[in-house]
Design a protein around this ligand. Sequence first.
Ligand code: PLP
Ligand code: TYF
Length: 392
Amino acid sequence: RFATLTRQPDDPLLKIIGQHAADPRPDKIDLGVGVFRDEEGRTPVMTAVKAAEARLLETQASKSYLGPEGDTGFVQALGRIVIGDAVPSDRYVGLQTPGGTGALRLTAELLARAGVARIWIGSPSWANHAPIYRQAGVEPAMIPCYDLTSQTFDLEGFLAGLNGAAEGDAVLLHGCCHNPIGIDPDAAGWAAIAERVVAQKLIPVVDLAYQGLGDGFDSDAAGARAILAAVPEALLAYSCDKNFGLYRERTGALFAITPDADAGAVVLSNLLALARANWSMPPDHGAAIVRIILEDETLTAEWRDELETMRQRLESLRAMLAEGGRIGTVDLGAVAHGKGMFATLPLSPAQVEWLRDRHAIYMAGSGRINIAGFNVAAVGRFHDALRDMAAN
Ligand code: PLP
Ligand code: TYF
């Protein structure tokens, strides 16, 4: 039977990791996969995470099973800081998931089970979004709404695209630090989207994977909170993998907003059934670390400080990149308006390849760059490489 299968393409982003590693040029620059890096190019374990791990090692008395809901202390503590008082606690339920990806997968399966046929997604989006929904039987409907040359989000275009949506369709929204563009709606934009979602009775699915890396921890949740507060039903897929630096520990959660507690209990029972049939129970380590941090004021403050330092590094790198101004077809000045880890530059695949071959600069074929892949020297090299390309 396996002979009936056809070869599938590798993940182009993960492939860049290998290509970059094999390049012997000492001043090579890796702007590929979206992980935070410090000025030395390292992705360190956060100090609050190290401290929480030490405490976990000391105090953990058992590794016996927890259950498909995972660590409920983690889910509650996370719900408090992410959802805040946007929705009363009896109007939402949550469970731990293997990363934000696991949470997204459950949103797709829950929507399919509830008879939702379509999810509207602003395009371009994270490369995994459309396949996750398609594989679960929810058809992704893409709405082109980003302009790469001006680095802007076209709110009118997005709302016009939603005109095609039917009552009960879902709509996917990046909570902050849009991947791959880095441009989010402003407060008025979020209000307009919330109004539209209510008017058309759509189900919002908010993907929040970079809280704290944009404008600040609470401001980064403002859009998500405005949406959740406006509707009777919504889903929030959350990742702790970037803002706690936990990546391979696969730490995330899914929250469902429901009209009341009775509806919440039914939704949670469905999510738990879906989780059991997918992974039975989520991996524990990352969630236990986050719980220990969030239940301890000192560790929370230490984590928030370090996250803020990471956020400021991204902001200052954006400002440095923007100083390059317009080079050829690329207006780097616009990169300063973006948030978080990513920007997508208007570069053709051939130009991306040229930058790699000629200047050892590695980025996604789409022209997406990971801002955290730069340091002061690399920004200068990048400006020079773009000038070289414009001159050739
Ligand atoms: N959503 C977006 C927009 C992402 O960029 C990522 C990146 O990994 C995820 C979700 C998934 O997060 P996780 O690594 O926790 O599965
Ligand atoms: O977009 C990124 O770079 C991150 C990390 O299959 C990532 O979201 C990349 C590829 C992938 C899973 C995660």
